[in-house]
Design a protein. Structure first.
Length: 635
């Protein structure tokens, strides 16, 4: 097959072109047939790719795409509203924080943190308006979608959807705007206010202030607790008060700080009284008025205040702490002499010595010399005794003084150097007629006296004593006084089995007990039952006692250990000369670590710590003599 060279018409083996008549060369036709049809071909590029140049470009394109997607997401108000809803449902504080913003005008002050976001999240849920807030944000999102160029005026709303700048210069960024609260503080003009909260400011509002009150604006305030410091200059120095208040969602709090000044009247039943505030003495001038002493505290803040009051007494310093409440205008110090540190030792010794001197005088009634050290000069008391000496019908005291007790709460200072006190004296009442030799008596007698004493050259002397016309001893609290020459060695109920043992209770008793022994008992807490049996023989009896067996010997009992019957859990000794009283034990060893009625034995027990051991002194009651003393391992 060939083609005409002139017009291009297809020709076969013809000599002339059928179209234009041009002669056709057969060689051209033959050549056309022999030459295959050439089709265009595409050759791939086989060069090397320069990835070092292309990779940064690709990275930029990826990052730009990511930012584009992010910008697109943050520019979708409906997605922001949905994310806000999910953060509330899942308590996601971090996500909520990323969605929040504050109004532009307070942005430099109101600092949003994850903690703030957590408080806001909690406040929204507690408000009961979660659904309402979410629906409101969704409605605003629809408005922005329908009209992208709009700017909703939502500054008066607690939560609102707002445009918050641009992303990538052309995407509107949406945030959930929270409008913090601004509150009002009202206080007195002399108070200075401050806060340490970051971004929160306190500004005076002149329009709301007056001569007596000042008004301040405080804010911006996020939900939660807030603290304001109020400072006030007073006669007690600068006073700082912290006022705490809670702010709820959307609330504008009204805080009233009432730091007012006041004047306080101070009264005392002691002349030499000192008042301290925070360990600093206050300058007060006391004046006597109708048996009391009065002073005035001026310009102190009307808030609760703690004062320490100290008074000097003839028996040492009395210290008392008192709280003055907000609107209290009286501070009354009625110091009790019974709390003075030396009153018990001073009066106790005086009345024991005096009563023992009286017993010696009354046994002969021949001289008053033994009584003179106790009688005040000019007292008629000594004259009364001297009249007894010359009385032909006198009787001589042949009984015994068995106890002295003092009601320390009754002690009253009549003047700077005079006092009255109630005393109970207990005697074995026996009297002898020196003419007939006949002895009469009424047995045990409790005699109640009111003594009037005077301080002479540093020593107390008796001005007078008398028995009250009406006496109700149950109204007084009489404390037994340790008797001079009291029995500090108390033998057991019988000689111990070895014939040598003797229970001794004296000032060294607790020191010995710390080694596990009761002073005078040859066996200690480290002894074993078999050793006691081997030395003393079989016990008089063995009985179950407080959870284990007890081995009773004359005057002492050994209690087995519950876990090991050969070892000891405790030792109890029983004195026979039962003259040691509760007050005597306290005088020897001081205040116990614990005291009270034993629920098991119904005795009144005093407990003292002695190393790893505990010693207990048991009395049938607070007013009876010692029943037993024991040692056992501390729990």
């Amino acid at each position: 097959m060939g083609f005409c060279n002139q017009c291009g018409t297809q020709v076969d083996l013809a000599k002339f072109c059928n179209q234009c008549g041009t002669p056709v060369m057969q060689t051209e036709v033959i050549q056309a047939r022999q030459t295959p049809l050439q089709t265009p071909s595409v050759q791939l590029w086989k060069g090397n790719i320069n990835w070092k140049k292309i990779a940064p470009l690709l990275a930029v394109l990826v990052v730009a795409g990511g930012f584009y997607l992010m910008g697109k997401a943050s520019s979708d108000p409906e997605k922001i509203a949905e994310k806000f809803q999910r953060s509330l449902e899942t308590n996601d504080e971090k996500t909520l924080l990323s969605l929040l913003a504050v109004p532009k005008q307070i942005e430099p002050q109101a600092v949003l943190t994850e903690e703030n976001a957590g408080k806001l999240l909690k406040a929204i849920k507690m408000s009961g308006k979660t659904e309402r807030f979410v629906n409101q944000l969704k409605e605003e999102a629809i408005q922005y979608k329908e009209n992208p160029d709009t700017d909703l005026d939502n500054d008066d709303q607690v939560l609102s959807l707002v445009k918050n700048g641009k992303t990538w210069l052309f995407f509107d960024q949406f945030k959930v705007q929270y409008a913090p609260s601004f509150g009002k503080i009202s206080t007195t003009p002399n108070v200075r206010l401050s806060t340490v909260e970051k971004g929160v400011q306190i500004k005076e509002e002149p329009s709301g202030s007056s001569v007596n009150r000042k008004t301040y604006e405080i804010g911006p305030l996020l939900p939660g607790e807030h603290t304001v410091q109020a400072k006030l200059n007073s006669s007690l120095g600068e006073f700082t008060h912290e006022e705490k208040f809670e702010v709820s969602l959307g609330e504008e709090p009204q805080v009233d700080i009432r730091l007012q000044m006041k004047q306080v009247s101070v009264t005392s039943n002691f002349k030499d009284v000192r008042i301290y505030y925070k360990e600093k003495p206050l300058a007060l001038a006391f004046k006597q008025s109708w048996g009391t002493y009065e002073a005035v505290l001026r310009d102190i803040p009307a808030v609760p205040l703690e004062f320490t009051i100290k008074a000097d007494t003839p028996f040492g310093e009395i210290v008392e702490n008192q709280t003055l409440e907000d609107f209290d205008t009286y501070l009354s110090f009625k110091g009790k002499l019974s709390n003075a540190p030396n009153i018990r030792t001073t009066l106790g010794k005086f009345f024991v010595d005096y009563n023992q001197a009286w017993v010696k005088y009354a046994s002969t009634k021949t001289s008053t010399e033994i009584l003179k050290p106790f009688i005040a000069p000019g007292s008629t008391q000594l004259q009364k005794f001297e009249r007894e000496i010359s009385d032909s019908s006198k009787r001589l005291f042949v009984g015994q003084l068995t106890g002295v007790a003092i009601d320390y709460s009754s002690v009253k200072l009549e003047k700077d150097s005079e006092l009255t006190v109630s005393v109970k004296e207990t005697y074995d009442d026996k009297w002898k007629d020196p003419l007939t030799g006949q002895i009469t008596g009424n047995g045990k007698q409790d005699v109640y006296w009111i003594y009037k004493l005077k301080l002479v050259n540093g020593e107390w002397k008796i001005l007078e004593n008398y028995q009250p016309f009406f006496w109700f001893p149950q109204t007084g609290t009489f404390e037994d006084v340790s008797m001079e020459g009291k029995q500090t060695e108390i033998q057991s109920t019988a000689k111990l089995p070895d014939g040598k043992g003797k229970l001794r209770i004296d000032a060294t008793f607790l020191k010995t007990a710390a080694s596990g022994k009761l002073q005078g008992v040859p066996f200690g807490m480290d002894s074993q039952i078999k050793d006691i049996h081997q030395t003393w023989g079989k016990p008089k009896k063995v009985e179950y006692y407080e959870g284990s067996n007890a081995h009773f010997y004359p005057g002492v009992m050994f209690r087995e250990n519950e876990l090991d019957s050969n070892n000891l859990a405790g030792i109890i000794a029983y004195p026979d000369q039962q003259s040691l009283k509760l007050a005597d034990v306290k005088k020897l060893f001081g205040s116990p670590s614990e005291e009270g009625v034993n629920d098991l034995t119904q005795t009144y027990d005093l407990y003292y710590q002695a190393g790893q051991y505990e010693v207990s002194f048991s009395f049938p009651s607070q007013f009876e003599a010692l029943k037993s003393v024991s040692i056992h391992t501390r729990d």
